[in-house]
Every structure is written in structure tokens, then in C-alpha cells.
Design a protein. Structure first.
Length: 317
């Protein structure tokens, strides 16, 4: 197992959001979010995205339009989402995790907030969500969406359909008493795996610009949540990513990577305690394994790249 020391530097920052909800018919919603902040991300110094906190906002106090989307019903039980900018799959897909507060509450880390499959894609696009809740044996929910990070870029190899993209589909089941949820999720994408599957071995690859390295991936994930009592919720999620690197490239230290394939795994278990010590509080413990790359055929300077050491995540708040 490899341990690498990183600088221990105290930081002080903030994140601020202004959310505007506008409805024209009472059934639709135009959502606008303005955001700014100074709280940094730690992926560069730690050499992994898994060091980032859920409330990071490294905008140097510049106010930005972070998210703009519009959703409306197209028939009973089915809503269409139009993601103009800043779209994310969790906008129209239930992540199930009770500790998913999007950085405003719940888990502190990006890893602990939700299943990593929901991070594999962002930008502009469309989403559809539906539900069927008239069954005696429970409720079904589903969603499917397409997002493109470079939708507004007119250059060759960019744009809404010619550049990076991700497609997500999910099927969810909820018991009649609403105490148990399980979701099965599939994600396919081009140049979007770095958003959620950054392993130590592949960090030099996944932090490069899309113009230097191209990837494709398929991720298969499962998420569950079980409310055992009013004050205890057990959650778990995991995923498997099958990915390919499509071209040769050279990283900053001179290493040359070949095209090839790799597999990565991850999992987490969460213990949530609603109303801990006082009503409205939430305490939580998250244990998991961050993405672990195995079964790779990628060569580094002509030598097979070794598998990652197993990494672990421990979080409590």
C-alpha cells in the first residue's frame, strides 16, 4: 500500500448560492441558481478527485449563473427537463442517499454525497423522469437523460452531439411503506468518466484536457436505502466502470500512455441518524472504497500499468 504525504495547509473559504424558483402554470418550474465562493478543491494537491469536498466553490468571489433548467409535465406522471446550463443527472434522477444534501447538508465529501455514477456527466441537454405509484406492491420510478459539457462550443469535435457526452438511465423501486428504496443505474459516456471515477493510477490521464486524451466508458451501479427506524437509515451503493483510452499521449512527467482498457470498482456504506441529539440534526458515518482500477491493458512507457492499491474512505459528521 502506497502512502504519499501532502501539504497540511489550513484554508478559509465560503460558498454562497441564490436560488430562484419560477412557475408559469403551477405545474412547471424554471430553476435559476447564481453562485459564488472561494472554497478550494483539493484534487490537484491530493492528485485525486476523491479529496474534493461537496461544498467547494473555487470562483474567486465572481458571481456566476451556475444552473438554469426548466421542467414541465408532458403527460400524467412524466416530466421533461430542459437543461440549459449547469445540468446534472441528479436534477431529474433520484439518488436515494439520505445524506445527499448537495454540499448544503449531509455528507461533507463528494464521494460520500451520492453514488459516483451520477457525477459522470454534466452540462446542457434533456432529461425525462417518470413514476408509477398505483401498485399494491410498491412504486416504480425511472429516468433517462443526455448531457453534453461542451454543448455551446462550435469547434470541431465539440458541441451538443460531436463532443463529450453522457447518457444515464435508471430504474427505481420503493416499497409501499416508503422505508426501502433500490435503484439500478447505467451510464455511458465519451470523455466524461473523469467526473466520477478518478483512481490514483489513472489520475495523470483523467486530469488532462479532452484534446489530449479521449475515453469512453460504461458504468453499472446500484444504490439502496433502508429506513430501519425513525432515527436510523442504512444506505449502500457501488459501481463497476468499464472504460477505454482511445489514443497515445504524454503526461507532464514524460510518461507515455498507450491506448487500452481498464476496469474500476467502488462501493460505500452509510449510516445516517436523523434528529441526532436534537430535532432537525443529522449525524452520519460513511465507509467505502474509492475507485480502484484493475484488469488494465494500458502500457506506460511500454510496460503494463500495475493495478491500484486498495483505497478506503472514512467519514463522520
Amino acid at each position: 500500500m502506497l502512502f504519499r504525504s501532502i501539504p497540511q495547509v489550513p484554508v478559509l473559504g465560503y460558498r454562497a448560492r441564490l436560488e430562484l424558483n419560477t412557475s408559469f402554470t403551477g405545474k412547471d418550474l424554471l430553476y435559476t441558481r447564481l453562485a459564488t465562493g472561494t472554497f478550494p478543491e483539493f484534487d490537484e494537491v491530493a492528485r485525486t478527485n476523491q479529496a474534493n469536498l461537496a461544498f467547494a466553490q473555487p470562483d474567486d468571489s465572481v458571481l456566476k449563473l451556475e444552473t438554469l433548467n426548466y421542467n414541465f409535465p408532458i403527460t400524467e406522471g412524466i416530466n421533461l427537463w430542459v437543461e440549459a446550463t449547469g445540468g446534472a443527472f441528479d436534477d431529474f434522477t433520484k439518488t436515494i442517499s439520505v445524506l445527499d444534501g448537495d454540499g448544503a447538508a449531509g455528507a461533507l465529501s463528494v464521494f460520500g454525497t451520492r453514488n459516483l455514477v451520477y457525477y459522470q456527466g454534466f452540462g446542457s441537454g434533456l432529461g425525462i423522469e417518470g413514476k408509477a405509484d398505483k401498485f399494491d406492491w410498491g412504486k416504480l420510478g425511472w429516468s433517462v437523460g443526455y448531457l453534453a459539457p461542451e454543448a455551446g462550443n462550435p469547434k470541431a469535435g465539440k458541441g451538443l452531439f460531436n463532443g463529450p457526452y453522457a447518457i444515464l438511465a435508471q430504474l427505481q423501486y420503493t416499497t409501499p411503506d416508503d422505508n426501502f428504496d433500490i435503484a439500478f443505474t447505467f451510464n455511458n459516456g465519451y470523455n466524461t468518466i473523469d467526473a466520477g471515477s478518478n483512481t490514483r493510477q489513472l489520475t495523470p490521464i483523467l486530469q488532462l484536457e479532452d484534446d489530449l486524451v479521449n475515453t469512453i466508458h460504461n458504468t453499472y451501479a446500484i444504490t439502496t436505502s433502508w429506513q430501519i427506524s425513525d432515527n436510523f437509515i442504512l444506505g449502500a451503493w457501488g459501481g463497476l466502470s468499464k472504460a477505454s483510452i482511445l489514443n497515445y499521449f504524454q503526461v507532464e512527467n514524460g510518461d507515455i500512455f498507450s491506448p487500452g482498457k481498464f476496469t474500476s470498482w467502488y462501493w460505500a456504506v452509510s449510516l445516517a441518524f436523523p434528529d441526532a441529539f436534537a430535532k432537525g440534526n443529522t449525524a452520519g458515518i460513511i465507509l467505502g472504497m474509492q475507485p480502484w482500477a484493475t484488469e488494465g491493458t494500458i502500457l506506460v512507457n511500454g510496460i503494463p500499468s500495475p493495478s491500484d492499491d486498495t483505497s478506503f474512505h472514512v467519514e463522520a459528521f
